[in-house]
Design a protein around this ligand. Structure first.
Ligand code: SF4
Length: 217
């Protein structure tokens, strides 16, 4: 399906119910499983960023108490501190950290989204759910006319982006493929699992971001 702009895509996304398991989990967390004393978003989480983005960063899915709480990708959780903090270091974000949808975050040349737009239980998604939400990822890519780089964080994001770009590729850290005018770059996901164990250091993460941004510029 073709959309006129990101706003139109977001309207469809917000009403999406293609993955009942994920919708139920997102809503259950928002209604009955809150860890933060505030209203949770609990709906599909739309992408966010610069409509003239040259680089798109794709994560796995909103975290149950991160994006699913705040309603914006990489906002309000540990992974977000790395993603937005890293962009700040490169001069691509006006804030070091995203905390809420109304925090005034502005990204320059970058768009943030996820392979799957609804929070999954235990951060595990099924193949059919990746396929379902790849339609939204494809639509986002089509709307970002200046896009040159997709930085895919982890195996699920890489798999989904490969699928959308029409190539069969397995994930690799700093693996790069050039497909139809777009560089697909893989990186370890800056999740606490990877950052706290040392698989991905802050210096390496900045190196990944600088490399991807250089390809986009
Ligand atoms: S994960 Fe994507 S496809 Fe599935 S219900 Fe949420 S928005 Fe729809």
């Amino acid at each position: 399906m073709k959309y006129a702009d990101i706003s139109e895509l977001n309207r469809v996304l917000l009403a999406c119910n293609l993955c009942p398991r994920l919708r139920k989990f997102s809503e259950d967390v928002a209604l009955n499983g809150r860890k933060f004393n505030q209203e949770y978003w609990g709906k599909p989480v739309p992408g966010f960023g610069d409509p003239r983005a040259k680089m798109m960063i794709v994560g796995l899915a909103p975290a149950a108490h991160g994006g699913n709480r705040t309603g914006r990708p990489f906002t309000g959780d540990e992974t977000g501190k790395w993603v937005i903090g890293g962009l700040y270091e490169l001069g691509l974000s006006n804030l070091r950290e995203g905390v809420s949808r109304d925090d005034g975050l502005v990204l320059r040349g970058v768009f943030l989204t996820n392979a799957v737009s609804c929070a999954p239980p235990k951060n595990v998604v099924k193949t059919q759910e990746i396929l379902n939400c790849s339609t939204h990822l494809r639509a986002t890519i089509e709307l970002l006319k200046d896009l040159k780089v997709i930085l895919a964080l982890g195996t699920v994001a890489f798999k989904s982006a490969s699928l959308v770009l029409g190539v069969k590729e397995t994930f690799g850290h700093l693996k790069v493929r050039f497909v139809n005018g777009i560089y697909l770059v893989g990186s370890y996901h800056p999740s606490p699992l990877n950052t706290r164990t040392g698989r991905l250091s802050w210096e390496e993460w900045l190196r990944v971001l600088r490399y991807a941004w250089k390809l986009a510029s």
